[in-house]
Design a protein around this ligand. Structure first.
Ligand SMILES: Cc1cc2nc3c(=O)[nH]c(=O)nc-3n(C[C@H](O)[C@H](O)[C@H](O)COP(=O)(O)OP(=O)(O)OC[C@H]3O[C@@H](n4cnc5c(N)ncnc54)[C@H](O)[C@@H]3O)c2cc1C
Length: 363
């Protein structure tokens, strides 16, 4: 790498689900662009590695709903083009207290037509884990299709599609430590080993590292905070056609992972301002107790040993993901902040990023 040679048309820093899609979609929109996708680690080994990869057609803000809908379309297109993309549909069943049904739906869907409908509980829960019960006074909603990723090859499959285009490179094990403006409107990216890249456009798709105060690149961390995300692994073998059970009042879900012979139980953690450093993040006893407390209302797990997974993500104050221009570095954008939904929203967010990179303005 040498900044003296021709600049890249685009450098994408961060090869998680978001950055890889930015690189792929940018290449599709601009086949002539030279594009470099750079990651300090291996591609897909940031927050994306830990994802539960659930895509449900709900969104808690209008922006998130819009991105969810657009992402669905883009994921469908990608699935049609890349048959080995490990994405599968599954039915979604939602539970909420009858008294809160309308409030819940109003906050999560665009209109009545796209809302999950009341369904026969016994039928909808037929393939739920044995012993699963809806709490007293709960209603069961369904008739909705969700999607999930079934293998850790999602990012590498997308990256392969990107790399199959001429003028595409991927550099793993290269950390960008500084992004500075050049007089001609381009950007200079300095790597940990002193190497430099020059770019006409830069997308910083750093996932939780966007909010890291330790690794703050060009001051991007002010917009985002980092929150821990944890999920338990419940060793109950799901039926191959089991639905995901979304527990709306508990902001939790039970996701069947038949390929692992288990359910994944995702629940809300309120641990803010952590650093994206695997060795410092744990599912601690309060997390375990909270998660078990929720689970026990639906399923007897008292006799089960539960493991799990934990990492973190970048959250913006309004929970909307965004494409933020870097005030000090024209032509560079920070892209992300999925508020724990980066897999679901990644294609539409990446598309927005490509438009911003083309126009030179954010959104
Ligand atoms: C336990 C858990 C469960 C989740 N479940 C879901 C779910 O069910 N559905 C859903 O939609 N979302 C879920 N999420 C959230 C989702 O995983 C994230 O929002 C998404 O993976 C973020 O993708 P990203 O590409 O923005 O970030 P990342 O995957 O973190 O990618 C960022 C990349 O940037 C690289 N990087 C950082 N700094 C630098 C630097 N200075 N130089 C070079 N490279 C750098 C990192 O190495 C990393 O590979 C979950 C997250 C967790 C932790």
């Amino acid at each position: 790498m040498d900044a003296a040679r021709d600049p890249y048309d685009l450098v994408v820093v961060g090869a998680g689900i978001v950055g890889t899609l930015v690189a792929l979609l940018a290449k599709r929109h601009h086949p002539g662009w030279r594009i470099a996708l750079v990651d300090r680690s291996l591609m897909g080994h940031g927050a994306t590695l830990y994802s539960a990869y659930l895509d449900v057609p709900l969104g808690s803000t209008p922006v998130r709903r819009m991105l969810t809908e657009r992402s669905r379309v883009l994921y469908q297109q990608l699935r049609a083009e890349l048959p080995d993309l490990p994405l599968r549909d599954l039915p979604a069943v939602f539970l909420t207290a009858a008294a809160r049904e309308q409030e819940r739906l109003d906050g999560l869907v665009r209109d009545a037509a796209s809302a999950p409908r009341r369904v026969d509980a016994a039928r909808a829960l037929e393939l739920a884990p044995p012993g699963f019960r809806a709490p007293e006074g709960a209603v069961v909603l369904g008739d909705v299709q969700a999607a999930r990723c079934t293998a850790p090859t999602l990012v590498t499959t997308l990256a392969r599609a990107f790399l199959s285009q001429p003028g595409s490179v991927c550099l793993e094990g290269v950390e960008i430590i500084r992004v500075t403006p050049e007089g001609d409107g381009s950007q200079r990216l300095t790597a940990h080993d002193g190497r430099e890249l020059k770019a006409r456009r830069t997308a910083l798709c750093l996932g939780p590292w966007l909010g890291s105060t330790r690794t703050a690149l060009a001051g991007v961390s002010q917009h985002w905070r980092v929150k821990k995300i944890a999920a338990l692994h419940v060793p109950i073998a799901p039926h191959p056609d089991a639905p995901v059970l979304y527990l709306l009042d508990d902001e939790a879900f039970l996701l069947p992972q038949p390929e692992h012979g288990r359910y994944l139980f995702s629940f809300r953690s309120e641990h803010w301002d952590c650093e994206p450093e695997v060795s410092t993040l744990r599912i601690d006893p309060p997390d375990q107790a909270r998660a078990r407390g929720i689970l026990e209302r639906y399923l007897d797990v008292s006799g089960l040993e539960l493991g799990g997974r934990v990492f973190c993500d970048a959250y913006s104050a309004d929970t909307n993901p965004s494409v933020e221009p870097l005030a000090a570095v024209p032509g560079a954008f920070a892209v992300g902040g999925g508020a724990g939904s980066g897999f679901r929203l990644a294609p539409a967010l990446a598309e927005r990023a490509v438009h911003a990179l083309e126009a030179g303005t954010g959104g």
